[in-house]
Design a protein around this ligand. Structure first.
Ligand SMILES: C[S@@+](CC[C@H](N)C(=O)[O-])C[C@H]1O[C@@H](n2cnc3c(N)ncnc32)[C@H](O)[C@@H]1O
Length: 327
């Protein structure tokens, strides 16, 4: 998954996929100005709670469209907005929009910050494991068969951290059950903690708490592949041309955040959260009222994006809890 998405030459994200357009890789919240409007309100609320302007750090900014829209809603005197983006070609697109963008947090100093990521955690590479017929935990490695076709080979796990994660979450996989585990979450949250002297961290993504994610209902795990917004059902097809993703383990996210030193504030369905932070007020801010109403409906309806995504909110120790009042 790391190679397929992030290989320096052939990776799907390295090459800079089209995101959020009819011909693009996938539809995303990030293409809706109403979503940017709502996030801007949350950033303003965080600044009011902390009592000073915050640096905004957006992870995985994609085409930079969301950042541009947020900046258009923010006062022109506020331009402390940085995208952290691993893809060089997407960074290029972000720069063309005039947005400051870095490949990592390496050169950032700790500062009061509002951090967020929309559909970033689901793009972090996962390990695949399975419990075999004897009850042993195996990892599924990718290799070539005798016809030089990619296939999975079950072997001893590459690290004891895989079994430990399941143990920490009190998960016992069933025999034959396949599951994905994202070990990158811990380092990811730790790196964020080092640059946020005080502030809030918000992730919007699809996934489940561990008890549901690893239930026997998801016998084959949640790894999925997409090409031009259509499921392709074969992660080994057209490697580097299609997107790979897996549901986020929100229990692991909370454990990683707390281990890194953040406090967990709460979670909500996207639709409920956006409504409670006043997304409806976007209609009065735009000439295109009918269009705005349609956007809000798509983002908040439980029949559409409103129930596809969950919002998880964390804070540094010592800042007010207020951001959860809406949950
Ligand atoms: C599924 S796309 C979402 C893009 C955008 N946020 C949106 O909603 O349209 C995932 C994005 O995260 C970026 N990404 C993946 N791993 C990252 C990391 N460790 N740090 C920063 N960005 C990352 C990818 O390059 C890609 O732009």
């Amino acid at each position: 998954m790391t190679s397929a998405l992030y290989d320096p030459e052939h990776g799907f994200y390295t090459k800079g996929p089209l995101i959020g357009r009819p011909e693009g890789a996938f539809n995303t919240n990030a293409m809706f100005p109403a979503f940017a409007f709502a996030l801007t309100r949350v950033i303003q609320q965080a600044e009011a709670l902390i009592g000073e302007p915050l640096r905004v750090l957006e992870f995985g900014g994609g085409t930079g469209e969301l950042a541009s829209n947020i900046l258009s809603f923010r006062s022109s005197s506020v331009n402390n907005y940085i995208i952290i983006e691993t893809s060089p070609s997407l960074r290029e697109q972000q720069k063309q929009r005039g947005i400051t963008t870095f490949s990592s947090l390496e050169n950032l100093s700790p500062a009061p910050t509002f951090v967020f990521g929309n559909e970033v955690l689901d793009a972090l590479p996962v390990h695949r494991v399975m419990r075999d017929g004897t009850g042993e935990l195996l990892e599924l490695y990718v290799g070539l068969d005798e016809d030089r076709e990619l296939m999975e080979f079950p072997r001893q796990p590459s690290t004891p951290l895989l079994a430990k994660r399941l143990q920490d979450e009190q998960i016992n996989l069933g025999r034959g059950q396949v599951a994905e585990i994202c070990l990158d979450l811990d380092d990811f949250l730790c790196a964020i903690q080092h640059v946020v002297s005080k502030g809030y961290v918000v992730f919007i993504d699809y996934g489940d708490e561990a008890a549901d994610l690893y239930s026997y209902k998801k016998l084959n795990g949640t790894l999925r592949s997409f090409r031009s917004q259509k499921p392709t059902f074969d992660p080994f097809d057209a490697v580097g041309e299609q997107d790979l993703t897996a549901d986020v383990d929100f229990t692991a996210l909370k454990l990683a955040a707390v281990k890194a030193g953040f406090s967990y504030l709460g979670s909500s369905r996207q639709g409920t959260w956006l409504k409670s932070i006043g997304i409806d007020q976007y209609v009065s801010q735009t000439q295109k009222k009918h269009h705005a109403q349609m956007e809000i409906e798509q983002l908040t309806s439980m029949a559409y994006l409103g129930s596809c995504f969950d919002v998880y909110i964390f804070k540094t120790v010592g800042v007010p809890d207020g951001l959860t009042l809406h949950l």
